[in-house]
Design a protein around this ligand. Sequence first.
Ligand SMILES: C[S@@+](CC[C@H](N)C(=O)[O-])C[C@H]1O[C@@H](n2cnc3c(N)ncnc32)[C@H](O)[C@@H]1O
Length: 435
Amino acid sequence: MIQRYLGNKTRYLEHLLTTFRAHAEEGAHVVDLFSGSLSVSLAMKEAGYRVSANDANLLSNIIGEAFLVPTGVPEADLALIPERARGACFREAQAVVLSERGFAVTRAAGQQHLATRLVALTLWLNMVEQSDLAPRYRRTDFFDTYTEEGKNSGYTSSRGRSGRRRFFSSSNGKRIDVALGQVRLWSRSGAISPPVEAYLLATLMRAVERVANTQGTFHDFPRETWDARALTPLRVEAASTDPMVSPVAGHRVGREEDSREFVKTVDPHAILYLDPPYNFRQYSAYYFLLNLVCRYPSITDLDDYFSKVTFVRGQNPEDDFTSSFCSSKMFLSDMGAVMRDAQADTVVVSYYTGANHWSKFNSDRNDTGLELLRGLMTGTMFEPESFTALEVERKNYASYGGYKARTVQELILVAKKRRQSGAARTVDGRVSEVA
Ligand SMILES: C[S@@+](CC[C@H](N)C(=O)[O-])C[C@H]1O[C@@H](n2cnc3c(N)ncnc32)[C@H](O)[C@@H]1O
């Protein structure tokens, strides 16, 4: 759904699914504890599993509410679009839903009419003007805070350099404001249901990502230049509704919870999948602007919220989350804690040998992290001899800061947890007492 999420596992889905299938039957309950872009959770759902997901970033919850939790396309009210544009939005949506590949499952399930209405609301976000909104929803928060012309976009860096934020061109800043104003109005007046709101935010977030003046993450922006993508006009496009359609119900997504706590609330499961951060980079700072798009409709006092933005990037510090997995000191003990607290049969961990807590960009392969995880997953919590490490792919890592490109490996580590005494777990995650 979002395209440029650091560490997303889109390229490794086939290898991961083969691993999951070897340890969990269709219909089993599986858990993705660092779900990020939701690439793995949605692949698990498509493969027929019941999925519980969580991530500290709000964007993950919104993608989950839009595409993971539903079992069908939600009802959206076409009458929300003003009459002058309703026909045009409907016809364009219909053409998309009837012809594009991302709607084939939806069509086969007979849900194309629902999808057309949903997509029409999304397309309206490209046409809505401030004058269509009630006065209190006509705001300029993104223009003011994240474009050079904005009145609240000035910053002073910790080194004393000052400038103006330039995450967006002025015209795109204004478009984001009016589109978000529309979603906020619909949301706060109860005109749209939570899954419809989540779908609109997910499509808007994708559009914002495409025109952001960044190199993929939002902790900073090029101070002197513009990424060519940022100079193209913002356009909100339909997102495939096919991931929504599913015969398996009971999917769940946490909302910005710390997975160390979330895991304690999850019922027994066949697979616990862990893809934590392996270095100091805090995802809540790197993706704060996409989280803000998702949060915007639910912020009660926007003046107060935007008066508190700080840092060069312009983040409200109340939205910051410091992950213990980004600390080399806490990483291993917290990995051990979530493995211990999970009622899981099998633990699957994604690991890569690129720059991480134990090795740098310019160092040769260093397997310290791998060995520490191996130590954990061959310890007393796990069945003896059950540990495997699968090296799935070699790829050339882009050169960075003058360092030469080097080859890194993506690994999938698997181990079976020891059964708790007195209880046996069935493959779909149910626990039954043993005589
Ligand atoms: C490597 S990324 C996961 C990528 C994901 N598998 C994908 O395909 O997009 C690591 C994720 O862990 C999340 N995270 C870090 N610490 C967390 C914590 N304590 N609780 C929940 N999520 C956390 C980050 O927000 C980030 O999305």
